[in-house]
Design a protein around this ligand. Structure first.
Ligand SMILES: O=P(O)(O)OC[C@H]1O[C@H](O[C@H]2O[C@H](CO)[C@@H](O)[C@H](O)[C@H]2O)[C@H](O)[C@@H](O)[C@@H]1O
Length: 249
């Protein structure tokens, strides 16, 4: 179904796409997600039609995003913008932001072992505590991460997420990914369009709007979930293909 508030994908766009809750349906655990068959190919084909200007901007670690979207290895911002990769595959500012100390991870692992259903997810520049499997631990997981920040409150931010809390290095955010990637080809000169579903995506949406583009929200604009976003992408791809074929005849 066509969502009335959502513009159709245009050939001069640069697309910035969130992963969980936008392209991929939410699952009970981070490892339990199912990438719809054909999605990486579809994205890679649309990327060709947009001159390579599609980036994935996700809270997931780069390695995880690459595994989920294999064989496609898009440019993007990973770890909420802490890890940036440009369209040539080059990593940018790789060591610019702090990593979570091992001692913190050890302490969290000990706490989580006493909380059945809570999952600890480590990433190169952050850490998440997921309480989807134990909703009664919401406050405990938040307090565990907040407790770590007592010493280093300026180095990391505590973020609320979908049934999770995360630590993200201060300075990493999804706007950073949009702003940095838009400074170079193939993104430069295009209209940035950010699509996301979560509170951390609002930074990316604001950055896209500030550069003359659109920030589209899965719930508010697509009036649905990842299935509606995937349909929109498939429709955009088909239309751009037709335009190319038409231009050739
Ligand atoms: O920026 P995103 O691509 O939206 O990633 C945000 C976080 O997504 C993952 O956690 C969320 O999705 C899980 C799978 O559906 C779900 O089980 C969990 O409750 C959600 O919080 C991922 O695990 C995190 O690392 C991302 O930061």
């Amino acid at each position: 179904m066509h969502s009335p508030g959502v513009p159709e994908i245009e050939a001069d766009w640069a697309l910035f796409l969130d992963l969980d809750g936008t392209l991929i349906d939410i699952a009970a655990t981070p490892d339990g997600v199912v990438v719809q068959q054909g999605l990486p190919d579809l994205l890679s084909e649309l990327s060709r039609d947009l001159g390579g200007a599609i980036a994935i901007v996700t809270g997931r670690a780069r390695e995880t995003a690459d595994r989920l979207l294999a064989p496609w290895r898009p440019p993007g911002g990973f770890g909420h913008g802490a890890e940036l990769r440009d369209a040539s595959g080059r990593l940018l500012d790789e060591h610019a932001l702090p990593t979570v100390p091992d001692a913190w991870a050890t302490r969290l692992a000990a706490q989580v072992s006493a909380w059945p259903g809570v999952i600890l997810e480590r990433k190169p520049h952050g850490v998440a505590l997921h309480y989807r499997g134990a909703p009664e631990r919401c406050a405990d997981t938040q307090a565990a991460l907040a407790g770590l920040l007592a010493d280093q409150a300026t180095a990391f931010d505590l973020l609320p997420a979908h049934m999770a809390f995360e630590l993200r290095p201060h300075g990493a955010n999804k706007a950073r990914a949009v702003d940095v990637l838009m400074q170079a080809p193939p993104f430069m000169g295009r209209r940035p369009v950010f699509v996301g579903d979560d509170v951390t995506d609002e930074d990316g949406m604001r950055a896209a709007r500030a550069l003359g583009g659109f920030g589209l929200h899965v719930g508010r604009d697509f009036l649905g979930g990842p299935a509606e976003v995937r349909d929109w992408i498939a429709r955009g791809r088909a239309r751009l293909r037709q335009e190319v074929m038409h231009a050739r005849t």
